[in-house]
Design a protein around this ligand. Structure first.
Ligand SMILES: Cc1cc2nc3c(=O)[nH]c(=O)nc-3n(C[C@H](O)[C@H](O)[C@H](O)COP(=O)(O)OP(=O)(O)OC[C@H]3O[C@@H](n4cnc5c(N)ncnc54)[C@H](O)[C@@H]3O)c2cc1C
Ligand SMILES: *[C@@H]1O[C@H](CO)[C@@H](O)[C@H](O)[C@H]1NC(C)=O
Ligand SMILES: *[C@@H]1O[C@H](CO)[C@@H](O)[C@H](O)[C@H]1NC(C)=O
Ligand SMILES: *[C@@H]1O[C@H](CO)[C@@H](O)[C@H](O)[C@H]1NC(C)=O
Ligand SMILES: *[C@@H]1O[C@H](CO)[C@@H](O)[C@H](O)[C@H]1NC(C)=O
Length: 491
């Protein structure tokens, strides 16, 4: 909400023009003739002989239509027969296909949904309740790295796994701060902020973006200079789709040590985890910025004397931009309750740490290139909050009790501070900077198709979110744009 307020000041002209042109165009005819006119319009705006636009268009009667649509659906809630489908998918093969899609959708009163990696938690990149076209970016995925200038141009349809892999192939001392899940699309992920385990040292992805190529509502190709600083400000944190189509980003690589250190240690209630969490809240956002420790509380079920029992187990996952020995001594000095031992930590290269952080140690780097996540079918619902004062013991105890009752919701606490506190809240459209101890994600996921399981899980996550009200930011209650949550409201 803070983000909405601030970007509406600086960019309302751009926003309004884009929304009015694209979204408020009067629907001229029924959608069946609109789609025919749209398809007829395309070739006149894209006459590339190497990439005929007919090769990128999938209408509903194309045998590959459903397969293309489903290839980048990442939440089964939006993969049902009753989920509204686009009239067509344009899987752009070059920039003229984007220009043609924007221009012809506008002139025919059709909305477009832009999709890069398809991870939107509410399916906004491929679902709409009005006649619409999906502009799919997955074919546009080039990554050009220039180590001499420590920069790269990355197209929107590339995944962050592909980016990490290519950086790792070119250099042992460079990296890029972005998310954990390899299949995230560069297009959506960066435009909402993009955070990962180097945010305390280097900030968000957007804090390391120096240029962009976009297509605006008039079908023009613009870069930072020609779009102007207002639009360039808005697309770094304000979400791309509100403003334009992002074709590619120019990023500044960051320096990483040749050897970094990782750990994952679980602690339960029986091991005194509440005290450890209290100490984590005191130190995690002010400790050495080379250290990031994510905390993940979840319900853990176990058998005890034939009875099943439940407890809270919190996993502490760390990345340290330094060697094992200095990590262990740092933690023992500043965060002693964690009782981290030398055998708990493991040294590796930065690119190996990207694999290790998301799926564990010992996997080949090629997993970074996989585009299909596992499991292939998964339902989910996510919410977020920012925490500015430590949650007291009494609060933690209430939360654990509620989580144990619900069983199905787990949390991810990501510490801020360091570089995040140095960047002014108005320097990009992502305003959550100084004053935050951590950002929290609520997660619930399930594999069962039943409506009953779905409504129980949706209720569970909403109830837990409501219970957190006294402990999180207020006036406004802040949320992370990339953790799309329709419960907050929509326009
Ligand atoms: C498993 C999982 C793990 C995640 N982990 C992290 C994490 O570690 N850190 C983090 O910051 N976030 C994380 N997220 C959230 C993620 O950043 C957002 O879901 C992000 O929007 C995904 O981008 P996408 O391109 O894959 O999604 P899409 O669904 O393709 O797009 C998301 C939004 O961006 C718009 N958009 C997409 N491409 C473009 C484009 N080229 N131009 C303009 N607008 C565009 C879409 O229209 C939509 O509104 C995670 C999400 C999932 C599902
Ligand atoms: C077709 O391409 C040529 C050369 O690339 C260009 O000059 C011309 O304007 C294009 N026509 C349309 C309708 O876009
Ligand atoms: C969507 O449905 C298709 C066809 O049933 C299936 O192959 C695919 O795995 C599903 N994807 C998700 C995320 O549910
Ligand atoms: C479950 O564990 C708690 C804490 O260890 C214990 O007090 C309780 O008796 C256990 N319940 C059962 C049914 O074993
Ligand atoms: C941010 O705010 C400061 C102080 O109010 C102002 O000087 C600065 O110009 C602003 N920066 C941007 C990018 O708007």
């Amino acid at each position: 909400m803070k983000a909405l307020y601030s970007y509406s000041i600086a960019s309302n002209i751009i926003l309004l023009s884009f929304l009015i042109i694209i979204f408020a165009s009067h629907v001229k005819a029924s959608s069946s003739s609109s789609i025919d006119n749209f398809l007829e319009c395309l070739p006149s705006y894209s006459n590339s002989s190497s990439f005929p636009i007919s090769n990128s268009v999938y209408t509903r009667n194309n045998p590959s239509f459903l397969n293309v649509l489903q290839s980048y659906i990442r939440d089964s809630r939006f993969n049902t027969s009753s989920t509204p489908k686009p009239l067509a998918i344009v899987a752009a093969l070059d920039v003229t296909h984007i220009q043609a899609t924007v221009t012809c959708a506008k002139s025919n009163g059709l909305q477009i949904r832009i999709r890069s990696g398809g991870h939107d938690y509410e399916g906004f990149s491929y679902v709409a309740n009005v006649p619409f076209i999906v502009l799919d970016m997955f074919n546009l995925r080039s990554i050009d790295i220039d180590i001499a200038s420590e920069t790269a141009w990355v197209q929107a349809g590339a995944t962050i796994g592909e980016l990490y892999y290519k950086i790792g192939k070119k250099s042992k001392i460079h990296g890029f701060p972005a998310g954990a899940c390899f299949t995230l699309g560069i297009g959506g992920h960066f435009s909402g902020g993009g955070y990962g385990n180097m945010l305390r040292k280097y900030g968000l992805s957007i804090d390391n973006i120096i240029d962009a190529q976009v297509v605006d509502a008039n079908g023009r190709i613009l870069n930072r200079k020609s779009m102007g600083e207002d639009l360039f400000w808005a697309i770094r944190g304000g979400g791309g789709a509100s403003f334009c189509v992002i074709l590619s980003w120019k990023i500044k690589l960051v320096r990483v040590p040749r050897i970094v250190t990782r750990f994952d240690v679980p602690r339960t209630l029986e091991q005194g985890v509440t005290d450890i969490v209290l100490e984590w809240q005191q130190v995690s956002s002010i400790i050495d910025r080379n250290l990031f420790i994510r905390m993940q509380p979840m319900v853990y079920k176990y058998k005890q004397g034939g009875n099943s029992n439940k407890t809270i187990r919190v996993s502490f996952s760390g990345l340290y931009l330094g060697r094992a020995k200095s990590l262990v001594s740092l933690i023992n000095k500043r965060f002693p309750l964690l009782k981290l031992q030398r055998h708990d930590v493991i040294e590796m290269s930065w690119v190996e740490s990207t694999v290790s952080f998301f799926i564990g140690n010992g996997k080949p780097l090629e997993v970074l290139l996989q585009r299909t996540p596992s499991p292939p079918r998964l339902y989910g619902k996510h919410k977020s909050d920012f925490v500015k004062t430590p949650i007291p013991r009494s609060g933690l105890e209430k939360i654990w009790e509620k989580m144990i009752e619900l069983e199905t919701v787990f949390l991810q606490w990501n510490p801020y501070g360091g570089r995040m506190s140095e960047i002014q809240e108005n320097s990009t459209a992502f305003p959550h900077r100084e004053g935050n101890i951590f950002k929290m994600q609520y997660l619930t996921t399930w594999e069962d198709d039943s409506d009953e399981v779905m409504s129980r899980n949706l209720k569970g996550i909403r109830d837990l979110h409501a219970m957190f009200t006294p402990y999180v930011s207020r006036n406004p209650r802040e949320a992370y744009l990339n953790y799309r949550d329709i419960d907050i409201g929509s326009n």
